[in-house]
Design a protein around this ligand. Structure first.
Ligand SMILES: Cc1cc2nc3c(=O)[nH]c(=O)nc-3n(C[C@H](O)[C@H](O)[C@H](O)COP(=O)(O)OP(=O)(O)OC[C@H]3O[C@@H](n4cnc5c(N)ncnc54)[C@H](O)[C@@H]3O)c2cc1C
Length: 214
């Protein structure tokens, strides 16, 4: 049978789960070995007949699922902002490198092929920023924001992967070396299309918001 996976960021005290470490039935597995996001601690959490003290209740009793969905909607804006930062970092590192690196007697940034690539990367990062800010301003002003959060998450994660690929290409061989920041950006970009709902899930949500639910 397929193994059920559960991922979570856990602190050393396990309080993110609303449970103190050491609660009977609650176990925290060893850290996963990940492709990227090495600064975050990701582990399997297991709950087996765990009894939770009433004072540890998070949110409102009986509304867990609704609260969970709302957290996901808000989380998509955060992931979108994170993806935008990564996409912009790719632009900044590429501009720097394109000025620094000389090939065939001139900076590689003097070539229109490199300039156009970087201009497209900047366009995407800028547009992603507008998308998550729009979703965030709707959230803050109390307007519906589910579709806008999904659009922002889908777009920004897609272009973060694009920009990471292009930035790596602009860095040539050094793009594959860990000493340059773009290598980390490349490794860290892919999860943005997966976590907080995959790109396929975002498309399903957007279609549903457009009245196309099956
Ligand atoms: C580093 C990391 C950190 C994470 N942190 C957290 C966390 O803090 N909290 C948390 O709750 N989760 C976390 N996750 C889990 C993450 O949200 C899930 O991995 C993600 O939502 C995808 O779910 P899944 O892995 O079960 O993929 P699956 O659901 O098995 O999907 C596999 C593939 O099938 C596609 N698919 C599935 N159903 C459909 C469909 N109906 N139509 C079309 N395509 C479909 C998916 O899009 C995907 O491409 C984390 C994951 C990772 C890798």
């Amino acid at each position: 049978m397929r193994r059920q996976r559960r991922y979570a960021f856990t602190g050393t005290d396990g309080l993110q789960a609303g449970l103190p470490s050491g609660t009977p039935g609650f176990t925290v597995a060893a850290p996963y070995s990940k492709v990227g996001w090495n600064a975050s601690d990701t582990r399997e959490l297991s709950f087996s007949d765990v009894r939770v003290p009433a004072e540890n209740l998070l949110g409102e009793l009986g509304r867990g699922y609704a609260q969970f969905l709302r957290i996901l909607d808000e989380g998509r804006i955060a992931i979108s902002a994170l993806a935008t930062g990564l996409a912009q970092g790719c632009v900044d590192e590429s501009v720097k490198y394109a000025k620094e690196r000389h090939a065939f007697g001139r900076p590689i940034g003097a070539n229109q092929a490199i300039q156009f690539k970087i201009a497209d990367m900047e366009m995407k990062a800028h547009t992603a920023r507008l998308a998550w800010r729009d979703a965030a301003s709707r959230l803050v002003s109390g307007e519906p924001f589910k579709k806008e959060a999904a659009l922002a998450k889908l777009y920004s994660s897609t272009i973060a992967v694009d920009n990471a690929r292009d930035a790596t290409q602009i860095h040539g061989g050094y793009g594959f070396m860990n000493e340059y920041p773009v290598a980390r950006m490349w490794r860290d970009s892919k999860i943005l299309e997966i976590g907080e709902g995959t790109s396929e899930v975002q498309r399903m949500l957007i279609a549903r918001e457009l009245g196309l639910a099956g």
